[in-house]
Design a protein. Sequence first.
Length: 434
Amino acid sequence: MSSIKKLAGDTLWYGGSTIAARFLNYLLTPYLTLNLQNVSDYGKIGLIYSLIPIFNVIFTYGFETAYFRFASSKEQNDNIYSTAAISLFVSTILFTIVLWLNQHLLGQSIGLEAFPDIIKLMILIIAIDTLSAIPFAKLRQSSRPIKYALVKISGIIANILVTWFYISYCPKHYITNDWISLIYDPTVNPVTYVVLANLIQSIITLLFLSAEIFQIKFAFNTKLWRQMMWYAMPLILVGMGGVINDTMNRIMIRWWLPGTEEFREAQVGIFNACAKLAILITLFVQAFKMSAEPFFFKQADASNPQKMYARIMKFFIIILSVMFLVVSLYIPIWKYFIGPRYWEGLGVVPILLMANIFLGIYYNLTVWYKLSNKTIYGAYITLVGSALSVGLNYIFIPKYGITACAWGTLAAYGSMLLLSNFYGQKYYRIPYAW
């Protein structure tokens, strides 16, 4: 029970910081939905932030989880940390060069080839966020949630301030203040400045992690790196599938919904805004995942860890069920979190809430293949969910629009939950309280 209390305490810390950070970030949702002149501009933001997670998965290639796995079972933690950090540093340089040389193709993939500056900023965000990945993982592995919280919140506050400066302050004072003309151009699409604010957040975050970065030694263990890569490679497919199910549906709306370009981008904006109303469950699942992943690995060698994992799942589902009711029963109140122009999509909110519950349960269930080193099963399961999501969206988006995206996400996470439980009970049985 003391271990569960520790997990609860870490979840509160990470949860508090994650909720505070994400809540501050989510404040941009009502702000942008009310202040951006065109709904399609918010759709462009949704498209950009659908593409970024895809490349985050590719750039980090599962090394965060691999770091937790190996750091929890080996004594040379500094060697593991340096090997993982150096690997990501070198690969990030190579991947960034490839993306930079293919900017136009990236823009075409989401229909934003006419906005090359946004694509450039997006590539820089991906690169800098990748460099922060292992230092953040070290904070989590070392159980340092206070610094983790301060770094996250500081970056997001900077993001909010810079966004407000460019979206609200500069347009009003552009004529009366000559110095503003040096850093602001009213002819530039406002989405560019929203993405620029995110880049500034990423830079500030990396600077705050300088202490962890300076702990990286010029020691690269090739044998260890191969072991970590062998463990991590299937996790690329796991992460990619999660991104396809969670965010790529915005891009699918842009691809497959009939109508004009502006209409499709507006529908992306509506879906993106309504998806934010699942904030309560999303925040809790994210906070739990942040604390649970290193915790599960540390407890793997304890006496009868399966019983503890089952108790954690029970309490986890109870909390999520309450949150589902709090949000779904009070949508007439929660809807004021976004602008009235986006309310036509509120019907997707309960569906997405349940989809996020399924995702949270799936995160719990993944403990079996991570502990038994059968990560390839995670890849297979995620591929099934992704194929189901893409197939349903392709078939039903042209007729049912954004509602099809919500149901596709629910079906994908539901199938992943069932498959993970089936194989988990076969290879690493956990006595869940059905």
